[in-house]
Design a protein around this ligand. Sequence first.
Ligand SMILES: C[S@@+](CC[C@H](N)C(=O)[O-])C[C@H]1O[C@@H](n2cnc3c(N)ncnc32)[C@H](O)[C@@H]1O
Length: 716
Amino acid sequence: MGKRKAGFRKGRASRAKVSKVEEAQPGEDNRIPYQDIVKGNEKFEQYYKTVGICKESEWDEFMQSIKSDLPTTFRITGSKSVAKKMVEVVKGQFLKDCLNNGHTNEFDTTIYPLPWYPDNLAWQMNLTKKEIRREEAFYKLHNFLIMETENGTISRQETVSMLPPLVLDVKPHHTVLDMCAAPGSKTAQLLEMLHGEDDAIPSGYVIANDVDNKRCYMLVHQAKRLNSPCLAVINHDSAILPNLTCSMPNGSMEQVQFDRILCDVPCSGDGTLRKNPDIWMKWTQANAINLHGVQSRIFRRGCELLKVGGRLVYSTCSLNPLENEAVIHRLLSETDGAMRLVDVTSTLPGLNYSPGMESWVVGSRNLEFYKTWEEVDENWRTTIRPQMFPPKPEDRAKYELNKCIRILPHQQNTGAFFVAVLEKLKPISPKEKSFKIMNAEEERLKKEKEDRLPENQRKRRRRDGYREDPFVFFKEDEDVWPDIKSFYELSDDFDCKNLLVRCTVGKKKNIYLTSSAMRDLVIQNQGTIKFINTGVKLFVRSDNRNMKKCPFRIANDGLESIFNSIGPGRRVTIPKDDLITLLMNDTPDQAPLIESLSEVVQAQLKDLAAGSCVLIYKEEGEDGLVLHLSGWRGTTTLRVYMAHCNSVHLLRLLGGDVSKFDINKFQKAKDEVAKKLAEEEKASDEAETGEEEKASDEVETKTEENVENKDQPQAN
Ligand SMILES: C[S@@+](CC[C@H](N)C(=O)[O-])C[C@H]1O[C@@H](n2cnc3c(N)ncnc32)[C@H](O)[C@@H]1O
């Protein structure tokens, strides 16, 4: 897929409708450069003034803020000890140096933790992304953000988008559904919370769904950085998401009801205007009117799939009450007290917000405004629906829509956002017949019926259901297992049935690990659910001659999940200085000689057969940094087996010298230009010298000829 040209957005159809954008001219490829987009739209202003999106006294501030570029924000991720160390890095001298690297006073380099995010794990800085990218003074900061993002230790996520997962309050035992998950920044956050207790494999899981197949792969990419065996990516329209079943300890089957559901629905996105200025050109009230229906259907399905007592968060990055309070009100009024809004603001200290609206006017696409359905013009009655209107004044107290949270851009220099937290009080009968909750007997009969289908029909079902490679779980007698088990001295409680490969025939290349709950879910639902991805990479085929006994090396991705089961025979405890040496020399050709490492390491390696091993680093103190890394003991060398960005990240955590990796791209570009100029100059000098030499040679030859001629005796 081709990369979108940086700084350009498509600008077509709606341009003509928006008078303020007339000055912006699309380029040859029909895109308008960002800097040429006029930030303003009369209809937007008319609509939100009429709706009363903020107090009149705040309007100018609201508009000024929504037209400005966003500040940069990021979240620190990773295991407890790594995250703690990263917070120290962000608070420490390194980042101070990055921010004060010879810049002039024109930049506001303030950086601060978000007060409502726990443990100082979320940070906002007043510099914009553009400033960080374009200013040489900030090259170290830019390198830091890129490297640590690639490594998965920070997530560059907009402040307001961090709210929904946070208020969902996920615990390690929760079953979680993310209904509209791509590209996945919130899924990542949900996973981090699931793994929040640092248990190797939590009993809960996250199912991340998106209707868009391509975006599902963005989700896979995003989640990969988190190395969780408790995630599955699935691809469905969540408004009609099929029921999932799971097996119970007594062997019966049950429909899955989720403890936590995130419903971050598709929306008009006008809360992201600061990040996506092209929305200024496209904005129309018709978008919100059109989206209300799908948002309501997805939300309703979420409420059906939620466990009684469970929590659901509905969120959008839209300012529009039609996509927000109207959707919530519609569901509350249609489900007869089964759901209720929860006020979570006391858990968000220091967050500035507006309470949800309890009353609003509904605007048509032409911006005619109606207070009640009865007033609506006949022409609009197919697009404006009665459910879009607010509760009657006498019912307001019943719905408590003021418990919703709306964040406006000027309140703390962020994007705009809407969040509603709901709890389920009693079951909701599914709207669609097909979602009827099956009891165990019905489920068994359905399975029996499927099993009786002729083989060709079953095959077709499988084919139509999957375009993905299959998920083939290990059987107890899997051929490669005994060698792996004995090489890594894996304990008997490690269940090899949770391992899987993505092929049915041929050599197994990569072996993935899922949690037991995830394995069960995949096995029980492969017929009805389109699974795109699950499992964390644990073993990778290695045909190295030193791995004859077990042709699989251990991968960093899944190491944490299996670490406790690995026996002492393949473990090497490594002191800080040795680890720094390994990280500074992380390529195979640089691998340090064993004899150059400390005696402690040499002693451990003496009896360790060559091949894959686990390196363990533990800092002193209760909360000290703990690292488990995939390593390779060569015949004479030892090395870390990891991506370069991981090495740099770890060096930074250990206080090692990362300066040789901190490339100043501006200086590099200048050096390259200078080098090219020098080469050109040299070439032209040489050419000139060549010409001169040739010319002088010619002169010399001629002179010599003359001399020779002169020397010739004159013929008489
Ligand atoms: C606002 S984005 C979600 C952002 C995501 N939660 C995150 O934090 O990265 C909305 C997503 O909903 C997906 N979507 C749209 N309609 C859907 C549907 N009917 N079912 C499931 N996903 C849908 C879109 O493909 C899009 O990826």
